[in-house]
Design a protein around this ligand. Structure first.
Ligand code: UDP
Ligand code: MG
Length: 345
């Protein structure tokens, strides 16, 4: 049964057809967590497996009070499965890892130690990878490099799920598509501090990987959208506007020159400057399009932030003597509970 009170550590594991991996994974995690001597929960998310994964989970759940077993209605993908687990997690620190034994639970304490140094996110770095070179390592190398340049977060390995987070950071982040590997970049927007530790990368023993080369293309598209979201989601017109202005200005100048030639110099525009006329029209039209897309974007952004009351900032801490502080009510509660010495075990 799930403990009522919040726990210290939550381990989140997404599972898709991992029936053979669940029992050994469960015993390894449990062994490690017992050694930590703190309260913990293990959240197994069955992402619509078609094998017996959930049956095995249910058996483990019956025996062990630290387990939460969540079963999604269908296969929603790793990102959604992780998010489902994060939403359920009550731990102060949340650790996510793959359910295929490619991540060694023995390394969990290293992540926790690093978080306790004060970082908000600790990401694993597979220094020596075991995956195929051409289809997996090369694309991921390029993606990691681009990603760190674009996002300004200096990580070597965005791809791995083996990560630890403070709960308030991860639960605030909305995840879509395949975005789970960009959490550090998204979180760094709100000022989260990110650290990296080397981890082992063991080959998969049972079952098969769910991904291949096609993932690279999707990751690339995600990269573009992340870059856009990080830099322009509150001001889309700043992205489309310059393109629009340049287009319309160039087009207008060209147009004026052509009108001058026609009216003053009496030149035959269609015959002599046909392509230029075409270019002028094209520039003006696309320019207006870009400006309109930018303005539409502004409206969408406003609807997005206002309808959901999404803050355009993130608060780390507030010191205030007001009874109820805006923005960071949890902070006060947390401080109080520490003061009262409320949490043992
Ligand atoms: N996974 C999932 N839903 C999916 C695909 C994968 O929950 O639709 C889980 C899978 O069970 C594993 C983790 O995500 O625990 C990583 O998947 P996989 O090993 O296939 O990816 P790779 O290690 O090859 O990147
Ligand atoms: Mg794997």
């Amino acid at each position: 049964m799930k403990a009522e009170a919040n726990v210290k550590y939550s381990i989140v594991v997404p599972l898709y057809n991992e029936v053979d991996n669940v029992p050994p994974l469960y015993s390894k995690i449990t062994e490690v967590m017992r050694r930590m001597r703190e309260s913990y929960e293990i959240i197994f998310v069955d992402d619509g497996s078609t094998d017996e994964t959930f049956k095995v989970l249910a058996e483990i759940y019956d025996k062990d009070g630290h387990i939460v077993a969540l079963r999604l209605r269908r296969n929603f993908g790793q990102t959604a499965a992780l998010k489902a687990g994060f939403d359920l997690a009550t731990g102060e620190i949340i650790i996510s890892l793959d359910g295929d034994l490619q991540h060694d639970p023995e390394e969990i304490p290293l992540f926790i130690a690093k978080i306790e140094e004060g970082y908000d996110i600790v990401s694993g770095w597979r220094q020596e990878r075991t995956d195929a070179w051409l289809t997996r390592r090369l694309p991921s190398c390029i993606a990691n490099w681009t990603m760190s340049k674009l996002s300004g977060v200096e990580l070597h390995d965005f791809g791995t799920t083996f990560k630890a987070y403070r709960r308030e950071i991860i639960q605030d982040i909305q995840l879509y598509g395949e975005l789970h590997r960009f959490i550090p970049a998204l979180a760094s927007w709100s000022g989260a501090t990110v650290a990296e530790i080397p981890i082992k990368d063991s080959p998969r023993q049972n079952g098969k990987s769910n991904y291949g080369l096609s993932r690279t293309i999707r990751v690339l598209l995600d990269l573009i959208s992340i870059k856009f979201l990080l830099d322009y989601s509150t001001k889309p017109l700043h992205f489309f506007g310059p393109l629009g202005l340049i287009g319309t200005s160039l087009g207008t100048i060209l147009g004026v020159v052509l009108v001058f030639k026609k009216l003053i110099l009496g030149e035959e525009i269609m015959l002599q400057h046909g392509p230029l006329l075409f270019l002028a029209t094209l520039l003006i039209l696309t320019g207006i399009q870009f400006l309109s897309i930018g303005l539409m974007g502004e409206m969408v952004a406003r609807t997005y932030y206002e309808s959901q009351k999404k803050p355009i900032y993130a608060v780390r801490e507030i010191k205030s003597r007001r009874k109820k502080s805006v923005g960071a009510p949890e902070q006060t509660v947390k401080d109080l509970s520490i003061g009262a010495g409320a949490s043992f075990q």
